[in-house]
Design a protein around this ligand. Structure first.
Ligand SMILES: Nc1ncnc2c1ncn2[C@@H]1O[C@H](COP(=O)(O)OP(=O)(O)OP(=O)(O)O)[C@@H](O)[C@H]1O
Ligand SMILES: [Mg+2]
Length: 457
């Protein structure tokens, strides 16, 4: 007899249970059991052999190559993050804090892609059709080719996808979707997982790209499950620097492109506007001649960017001084502080150290080391860094400054923004075909950092 009750499957070992348990009885992991629909449960591995026809593999040479190339979303910055445009049949999850502008971005994308002969569907479970239309009118978006649907039932939505021929489909948001055969409430782990899986399957089969909008929890993970990230092809995060209008879209996972690219937007009354000169935007609030502020020439994907790295060194009231960092790895900061103490004679014992990357960007490349060191040094010495100086380079445990890739591109970006003086690893000097006006200075070891980077008193 067919099973009609919902069951639960461990995401770690695949064991099936008939009731929810905090700990899996199979592998002992905690909180790994998720609800699965009856149909999915009966298709578990180990089901009676012979009940279904055996699957037939095909030769890779016989598989048809995808005919249609990627297409543009109408927003160049988003295309860049997607790896050069949207892939037909792909599923993209867009996560971000409440109110950051996810619906705005997706509505602009819909309007950018929609053609009267190839409409785009925007399905909403959070707002009414009137609210969505009002937003589109406020943003001045063309309405032809844009179809709206207020629906949360996944079966009905899958039916709409199959009945229509859409260039792309947006679901706002994945937390409101519900599969009628799963009894739990919308937004629960089982509902979110199953809804996303079913819609992604239909999209793949029909070659229609879909966007799923998702909320981010306070812990910073996409509400509902991390496992949702495995089900979709691309996961994008939409982030903001608190209190500022800059928005950054970055790929967390991408099956069709790199994850290193970022797209920078500004939220305005007319919606999200592409920021043509992100370096200028990231540096616009930088105070002149401030101690503890260094300009880093970083590389994000293929794009060089100038960002401000700020450090504050202050005497500590704690027995164990603090090492706190926003926008970069605190362990890396602690390591660089130790190297500065040993190799550059800096006195940091008994001092709290705070580090911040302005603009809400994350530094994830070793080339940021030298700028972090320069900012700490400047704060500790209470001397500003030379005006119009940009810095980059990796720092080793012996205090040596190591070469990093793309020195030329970084230096060019610095010069473009008026940072004519560039402090870079000595090993990079040879590869640098210094453009006119650039004043590069090579540094081989941290013990010369104060002399080369700080202004004289
Ligand atoms: N009339 C307006 N003028 C300027 N900016 C506006 C206006 N209305 C909304 N915004 C901006 O749009 C943001 C909300 O955008 P949007 O609704 O797209 O966000 P969201 O991420 O989809 O939010 P939610 O998580 O609630 O769905 C607001 O925080 C505000 O900055
Ligand atoms: Mg929204």
């Amino acid at each position: 007899m067919a099973r009609t009750k919902t069951s639960f499957r461990c995401t770690a070992c695949g064991r099936q249970e008939l009731k929810w348990l905090g700990q899996c009885q199979g592998c002992g992991e905690w909180n790994t059991l998720v609800e699965v629909a009856p149909a999915a449960a009966s298709a578990r591995p180990g089901a009676r052999p012979g009940a279904r026809p055996a699957a037939r593999p095909v030769r890779a040479l016989e598989v048809q190559t995808l005919r249609e190339a990627r297409f543009t979303t109408g927003l160049g910055e988003l295309d860049r993050v997607l790896g050069g445009g949207l892939v037909p049949g792909s599923s993209v999850l867009l996560g971000g804090d409440p109110g950051i502008g996810k619906s705005t971005l997706m509505l602009q994308v819909c309007a950018g892609m929609a053609r009267p002969e190839a409409p785009v569907l925007y399905a909403t479970g959070e707002e009414s059709l009137e609210q969505v239309r009002a937003r589109a009118v406020r943003l001045g978006l063309p309405l032809d080719g844009l179809q709206l649907l207020a629906e949360t039932d996944v079966e009905a939505l899958a039916g709409a996808l199959q009945a229509g021929s859409f260039r792309a489909v947006v679901f706002d948001s994945v937390q409101t979707l519900r599969c009628p055969d799963i009894p739990s409430a919308p937004g629960s782990v089982g509902q979110v997982r199953e809804s996303a899986a079913r819609l992604a399957e239909v999209a793949r089969a029909r070659g229609q790209p879909i966007f799923l909008i998702g909320q981010v929890t306070k812990e910073g993970t996409l509400a509902g499950p991390r496992m949702l990230e495995h089900m979709v092809d691309t996961v994008l995060y939409f982030e903001a620097d608190p209190g500022r209008s800059l928005r950054v879209v970055r790929a967390h996972k991408n099956r069709f492109g790199p994850v290193s690219e970022i797209g920078v937007f500004e939220m305005t009354g007319q919606g999200l506007v592409v920021v043509d000169n992100p370096s200028r935007a990231f540096l616009q609030d930088r105070p002149a001649r401030a101690c503890g502020s260094a300009v880093l020439a970083m590389l994000r994907g293929t794009r060089p960017l100038l960002v401000e790295v700020q450090a504050l060194v202050s005497s500590s009231v704690y027995a164990q001084p603090r090492r706190t960092a926003w926008g970069c790895d605190p362990n890396r900061v602690a390591l660089l502080a130790a190297v500065l103490e040993r190799r550059a004679g800096l006195q940091l014992a008994g001092c709290d150290l705070f580090l911040n990357v302005a603009g809400g960007l994350e530094l994830d490349e070793p080339a940021a080391d030298l700028a972090i060191c320069a900012a700490i040094l400047s704060s500790q010495a209470d001397r500003p860094i030379h005006p119009r100086l940009a810095v980059f380079g990796e720092v080793g445990l012996a205090g040596e400054v190591r070469a990093v890739p793309a020195a030329e591109a970084r230096a060019q970006e610095a010069l473009r923004l008026g940072y004519a003086r560039v402090l870079l690893p000595a090993g990079c000097l040879e590869q640098l075909h210094a453009p006119r006006g650039l004043e590069p200075t090579g540094i081989a070891s941290l013990d010369r950092l104060a002399e080369l980077a700080l202004e004289d008193r």
